[in-house]
Design a protein around this ligand. Structure first.
Ligand code: NAD
Length: 357
């Protein structure tokens, strides 16, 4: 008897419907290896929910997510909703889900497939061994701190934002980094700005305590400015990078650029409740509805979902290997197409991956 896992599928907007449909086909085929079947529950969020219910994150979507084994999301947003009231903007759906599900950690793996090494803007010799994960704190720090919009007048007009971190917030993100590193090469780079910021000094103190308590982990400490440079000078040195919300936001986009292929990068947001999996790119309104979107970022996010939330490690390995084989065989969607390759649309790429599962 196979075990049933419940996954909430949120298409969202733009290319969301196309890429989530592709990932569902792949997951359904792959999880049979772990003797699992998926019960997909479709719910709305983002612009499509604003159109249907007048709000970006309906209570029924939250409820379904809370009781599911995992959530798979396409992307939200688009020009149609640019003028809605700030309180119901499509992105509020993502922030609302993070809050409702207690998602305090974002995992962003950056791996450069051999077949795509020449897509990186960096020299080929620099990207040969690039395979790292950024572990970003997601619900604390300056994005959630107190702030004051402009106060005072003239040259004294002033605005400020406050960066705060509690011990428990740093400890739990360090624990995720340690757990992640233990399953990889055992190396963590903790990134802060401890030479200037008090909140960073607490961050570093706790990182050092965690390193002392976990001698099997090799932890080093870098300032964020140096990390930004190292990511382009020698990205192969990193295994797990753990950092704050603000620094992680910036460094994870730099990491994405290093890979040179936005459409391929997955992410997971994990925490105290159900985890959420989504590609790092947006809803690509410019190509929506044409069936040409690259589904690989969503398919690789679904592989992470199999590994971390569905207890389907064979499926996760099979999906990642199948993506690599499809790329090696020369299949390319338009966004990563080069002369001499086999140009395919979303369905064509999905079929190419499926044949190697
Ligand atoms: P985007 O990532 O949607 O698109 C940037 C460029 O990359 C576009 O040219 C697009 O066609 C291309 N692209 C992106 N994903 C692709 C894929 N899978 N296959 C082929 N090409 C792909 O970023 P944007 O244009 O800045 O944002 C568009 C909308 O998406 C905005 O409303 C934005 O707010 C939203 N957005 C949502 C999320 C999210 O849901 N997490 C993240 C980023 C942006």
């Amino acid at each position: 008897m196979s075990q049933t896992k419940t996954v909430v599928a949120i298409n969202g907007d733009g290319i969301g419907r196309e890429i989530v449909a592709a990932a569902r086909r792949i997951v359904d085929a792959a999880v049979t290896k772990d003797n699992i079947t998926i019960e997909w529950v479709e719910k709305k969020a983002g612009g499509e929910a604003i159109d249907a219910y007048g709000e970006p994150l309906p209570a029924e979507t939250i409820k379904a997510c809370e009781t599911a084994d995992a959530v798979l999301l396409g992307a939200v947003g688009g020009p149609q909703w640019d003028d809605v009231a700030p309180s119901i903007r499509p992105e509020k759906a993502i922030l609302g889900l993070r809050k409702a599900l207690g998602l305090f950690c974002n995992l962003r793996p950056v791996r450069i497939f051999k077949a795509l090494q020449d897509y990186s803007p960096l020299k080929p010799e620099l990207v040969q061994n690039v395979d790292f994960v950024i572990v970003r704190e997601l619900t604390g720090g300056i994005y959630f701190g107190e702030r004051e919009e402009a106060e005072g007048e003239g040259p004294n007009e002033l605005a400020w934002d406050k960066e705060t971190y509690h011990r428990y917030e740093v400890e739990r993100i360090m624990d995720v980094a340690i757990e992640t590193a233990a399953k990889r090469r055992g190396k963590i780079t903790s990134v802060d700005k401890a030479n200037v910021l008090a909140s960073s000094r607490l961050w570093r103190k706790i990182a050092q305590e965690k390193a002392a308590a976990n001698p099997e982990i090799d932890m080093d400490y870098l300032y964020v400015d140096n990390t930004a440079m190292q990511l382009v000078v020698n990205p192969g040195q990193f295994d797990v990078i753990v950092t704050t919300n603000l620094f992680g936001d910036i460094l994870s986009d730099e990491g994405a650029v290093v890979s040179g292929s936005l459409g391929l990068l997955p992410s997971a947001s994990i925490g105290t409740g159900t985890a959420l999996y989504e590609p790092i790119h947006g809803s690509a309104p410019d190509i929506a509805g044409r069936g040409i979107a690259n589904p690989l970022g969503t398919i690789l996010s679904a592989a992470m979902m199999c590994r971390y939330s569905l207890n389907a490690p064979k499926a996760a390995d099979a999906i990642e290997a199948a993506v690599e084989k499809a790329l090696e065989a020369g299949y390319r969607t338009g966004d990563i197409y080069k002369d001499g390759m086999q140009r395919v649309d979303t369905n064509g790429m999905t079929a190419a991956v499926l044949q190697y599962i």
